[in-house]
Design a protein around this ligand. Structure first.
Ligand code: FAD
Length: 310
């Protein structure tokens, strides 16, 4: 059994493991895919102190750094259920999909999130070649170019406002007959000269020239007509889904399925902590996930030293 069992091996889990191991306590990390979302990322230019790197390179560096410490890494292990300890100071059990189970006196949940995809032809082919999901990450790559934002909820409208300050032109495409973002955001968006809003529109295809995105097609849902737009970038903002389906019965989740945490990273379950994109933390970024992982590990240590000696 572990003193600190981390579930998830992205930036949050790696930071949590390093901070825990540095306290000299028995630490393990179980991850479905060590590295997490950064494995699918091209360029990273906003991890402070690293001017520019690539996702897979960053993931290797994460793993190397964890391996510098006495941490048991269990890669390709998917957690299916968390059974919280019955009494304070007891072991929490993490049941893996393969039937095995792991025990931790504290558990740090860091299973991240995934961007909901449009599921249209061209989206996969042109991911990172014009199809993007994170305006904070990739916005500057489209400086002076034309982009579309798919989705008129808060995140889509925020993305459109953000991008309008960087790119030449933004087309916001919403499936519904009206935007769903807060009124104040909609007013701000409507005031921008280089933004066009198209509602009742279903994106049907991403076009490219084999190397990069060149446009998209959408269907006007009122008239059934097909339209093409020429552009260089498409930001898909139709939801970030936390990987917390397996935690439903174990810890409190927000209405969006994020693990609810307090400022110390503790969940509703004593001894169970969480960090990164799977939680209610505002803004989902690598640097934020790393900081949250450190917070969760220090809080787990704090919890452990307060347990009565057994
Ligand atoms: P994740 O990175 O999602 O890691 C989750 C970990 O948990 C993985 O190891 C996963 O396999 C594992 N896991 C999931 N479910 C289970 C389970 N049931 N059992 C066991 N393990 C499980 N951020 C930036 O700051 N800068 C950027 O430039 C940037 N670009 C991005 C580009 C793309 C294409 C994407 C998708 C994201 C980008 N981000 C960027 C966001 C950034 O990658 C995330 O904020 C960050 O990776 C979150 O870290 P995390 O550890 O919380 O979760």
């Amino acid at each position: 059994p572990f003193e600190v069992l981390v579930v998830g091996g992205g930036p949050a889990g790696a930071a949590a493991a390093i901070y825990a191991a540095r306290k000299g306590i028995r630490t393990g990390v179980a991850a479905e895919r060590f590295g997490g979302q950064v494995l699918d990322t091209m360029d990273i230019e906003n991890f402070i102190s690293v001017q520019r790197t690539e996702g897979p390179k960053f993931a290797t560096a994460l793993e190397q750094h964890v391996k510098d410490y006495d941490v048991e890494i269990m890669n390709l292990q998917k957690a299916a259920k968390l059974i919280p300890a019955r009494q304070e100071g007891g072991y929490h059990e993490v049941v893996l999909e393969n039937g095995a189970s792991l025990k931790g006196r504290t558990v740090i949940l860091s299973t991240g999130a995934r961007w909901r995809q449009m599921g249209v032809p061209g989206e996969d082919e042109y991911r990172n070649k014009g199809v993007a999901y994170c305006p904070h990450c990739d916005g500057p790559l489209f400086k002076g170019k034309r982009v579309a934002v798919i989705g008129g909820g808060n995140s889509g409208v925020e993305a459109a406002i953000d991008l309008a300050g960087i790119v030449a032109h933004v087309t916001l495409i919403e499936f519904d007959s009206q935007l769903r973002a807060d009124a104040v955001l909609q007013r701000k968006l409507a005031s921008l000269p280089n933004v066009k809003i198209i509602t009742s529109a279903l994106t049907t295809q991403v076009h490219g020239n084999g190397e990069k995105v060149t446009g998209l097609s959408y269907k006007d849902r009122n008239h059934g007509t097909e339209h093409d737009i020429e552009l260089e970038g498409i930001f898909v903002q139709i939801g970030l889904v936390p990987n917390t389906e397996w935690l439903k019965d174990a810890v409190a989740l927000s209405p969006r399925g994020e693990v609810e945490i307090d400022a110390r990273g503790e969940t509703s379950q004593p001894g169970v902590f969480a960090a990164g994109d799977c939680t209610t933390v505002p803004y989902k970024q690598i640097v934020i996930a790393c900081g949250a992982g450190a917070t969760a590990a220090l809080s787990a240590f704090d919890y452990l030293i307060r347990l009565p000696a057994s």
